[in-house]
Ligand binder design. Structure first.
Ligand code: 0O2
Length: 221
């Protein structure tokens, strides 16, 4: 006793990571259902694409160390919200909020935190709607609640964020100031594009509804 039982530790960690994967998959099914029904009703899909991942054990360990958390599964459960992460890319800003509402309104999910970087972008221009939701996972012998980070953003926001992310790591987290300025300008341009697309989308939906108010098929965007 008191000795580190490597096999037990490995099994516990595998089980722990599996729970996060199950949590993410539960949420992915919910997202798929929303996408299918929404598409049926409105004749367009609010979602362009969905990506997801479970953090690698290496990256999880780095984060635990960075945060100064104890190396216990309970501490990770309580202190790290993005072990499982899902990113939803939408066409339009209004759809990011609609989806967030449809997800957070589900009674088996618990909303832990919302960070609305669309309404209040980060100083570098980063925009995205971040939700932390708790999902119940039904296991063989118990129900385990796991947290999943959901990032919901538009194609333009995603385009910007993926380039910024590459540059950020390329310059080892210290982006040169002239590049930073250009990135902020690009974020501004992406924001303007989003607003223009939103206006067009609203206009086209309105026209579609006027042409044939009874048929949702004509309300296509
Ligand atoms: P990586 O490399 O993507 O994994 P948290 O991790 O949630 O406890 P924080 O910083 O309070 O810590 O959360 P926040 O602000 O909700 O950001 C979480 C994630 O959003 C980040 O994960 C990024 O994926 C993304 N993000 C936040 N800010 C930026 C940004 O300025 N640019 C880009 N491209 N992405 C951003 P990680 O783990 O920090 O990074």
């Amino acid at each position: 006793d008191g000795e580190l039982d490597y096999a037990t530790l490995r099994d516990d960690l595998t089980r722990f990571m599996m729970e996060y994967e199950f949590g993410a998959r539960e949420l992915l099914t919910k997202i798929e259902i929303l996408q299918e029904e929404f598409t049926h009703l409105h004749r367009y899909s609010p979602i362009e694409h969905v990506e997801w991942r479970v953090k690698s054990p290496e990256s999880l360990l780095r984060k635990i160390r960075r945060r100064g958390l104890p190396f216990t599964l309970d501490a990770v459960r309580a202190g790290i919200n993005d072990v499982a992460g899902i990113r939803i890319t939408c066409s339009f800003i209004s759809d990011t909020y609609r989806l967030a509402e449809m997800i957070t309104g589900q009674s088996d999910l618990r909303l832990i935190e919302v960070k609305d970087y669309i309404a209040a972008p980060k100083p570098n221009g980063y925009k995205s709607l971040h939700l932390i939701v708790e999902v119940p996972v039904y296991l063989t012998d118990r129900v385990q609640k796991v947290r999943v980070e959901l990032q919901i953003r538009t194609i333009a926001m995603d385009f910007w964020a993926s380039l910024e992310h590459k540059i950020y790591y390329k310059y080892d987290r210290e982006i040169p100031s002239e590049l930073l300025e250009e990135l902020t300008e690009a974020a501004q341009a992406a924001g303007e594009l989003d607003q223009k697309m939103e206006r067009l989308h609203t206009e086209v939906s309105r026209l579609g509804a006027e042409v044939s108010p009874r048929s949702p098929a004509s309300g296509a965007a």
